[in-house]
Design a binder for this molecule. Structure first.
Ligand code: S3P
Length: 214
């Protein structure tokens, strides 16, 4: 299915109300590696007819280097500074849906900017799901350790209390992507448009997507 096609659950009213309420603000996805920020972000952007940006891809383009090469050549501190600059630039060009790298929200300055210019969603995933997903790829420098499981546990311990500061939290799990996207849209509807649209969304869902209203 093309990313711009409307899935069965699409609720144009909810989606239009969310984009109207956002104005110039963006939606920023935060959370651990493997939480699905890019996958869900891309689909969420398509549903809202907003541009999608992946901060990691933007950093690689700005540096003309892959993330593992940036870490190896310049070190993590250099990467983090570039990451903060790239996210600041993306936030200045909203509205968009922005997927951030797993460590970006740990920087206070970036959290403050996100709070000012966006609505943040924490895609919360447990250690088991993260491990299952990150094992497939070797492009995460922080996980090139003797014991990646222990590294993920330690990072979760450090990061979850900070991720909790996101405006919204959605559980990332092994269900169809569109279900997670629908949950993001419902949570955004409540947050940005109040309960009216969210209640309509519930009615639409309980009537198999056929709205009772004209
Ligand atoms: C990192 C996550 C990565 C990437 C870099 C560091 C982290 O992004 O930014 O390898 O600190 O958690 P993803 O979360 O998209 O994998």
């Amino acid at each position: 299915m093309s990313e711009t096609a409307l899935p069965a659950q699409a609720n144009p009213t909810l989606e239009a109300e969310i984009t109207a309420a956002l104005g110039a603000r963006s939606i920023v996805l935060v959370g651990m590696m493997g939480a699905g920020k890019s996958t869900i972000g891309r689909r969420l952007a398509a549903r809202l007819h907003l541009p999608f940006s992946d901060a990691d891809t933007e950093i690689e383009a700005a540096a003309s280097m892959s993330i593992p090469d940036i870490f190896e050549t310049h070190g993590e501190a250099y990467f983090r500074n570039g990451e903060a600059r790239v996210i600041a630039r993306l936030l200045d060009n909203g509205p968009a849906v922005i997927a951030t790298g797993g460590g970006a929200f740990m920087r206070e300055e970036t959290r403050d900017r996100i709070r000012e210019k966006a609505i943040s969603i924490w895609l919360r995933a447990d250690a088991e799901i993260i491990m299952r997903r990150v094992r497939r790829r070797a492009d995460r420098p922080l996980l090139q350790t003797e014991n990646p499981e222990a590294t993920v546990s330690r990072l979760l311990e450090q990061r979850e209390p900070v991720y909790q500061n996101a405006d919204l939290t959605i559980a990332s799990r092994d269900v169809p992507h569109d279900r997670i996207v629908d949950e993001c849209l419902a949570a955004l509807g409540v947050r940005l448009c109040g309960t009216r649209v969210a209640i309509q969304e519930t009615i639409d869902q309980t009537t198999d997507g056929f709205s009772a209203t004209p």
